[in-house]
Write a protein that binds this ligand. Sequence first.
Ligand code: S3P
Length: 197
Amino acid sequence: MVSEPSLQKMNIYLVGFMGTGKSSVGRLLAKEKSRLESRSQWNFVDLDELIELKEQRRIVDIFAKDGEAYFRKLEKKILNQVSTQKKFVVACGGGIVLDKGNVSLMKKTGIMICLNATPEEILKRVSSSNGRPLLNVDKPKKRIELLLKMRAPYYMQADEVIETTGLSVKQVAKKISKILAGKKYIFSKARGLAAKV
Ligand code: S3P
């Protein structure tokens, strides 16, 4: 079945709260999809890593020196650039969904998949690093709960929501792969678009 060009998808955007595993899952998912579709290569990109590379400084330093609003501008710009690519699994920063334009761009150029986890699990996963400025506070668990509550409606805009608590990276990647195959999303080679058939 040939899908409507206007319904075609190009990329997979992984969104969701900090510590839900977007980067590790994304890396594995790109590998898994490349293996399954032997004739087509999937690439992986992490938007935060790209921002740090372009700015030549860490995200904590961007927040500290220029503030969150400046970071959000960088994030939007880099998403715009990446969205012109095709067959990319894109790990997005946890706050990318707060911008309406970002959400519509992701939906227009790909599938938006949200990874979810409980506050306890998130705390466990993020506590080894101080690289997340929004969680460098006295009571990170309270901050996680508050932000999760505030952001829930934004995350719910995703095409698919995947619960990751208690699952390994491999299990989550497999779960996504299965969902994508089951729903028969078609990924366009042409620039522009694609879909669920
Ligand atoms: C943020 C999440 C971070 C990073 C920045 C802001 C957020 O990315 O973009 O610290 O607002 O949730 P991760 O979700 O990859 O940790």
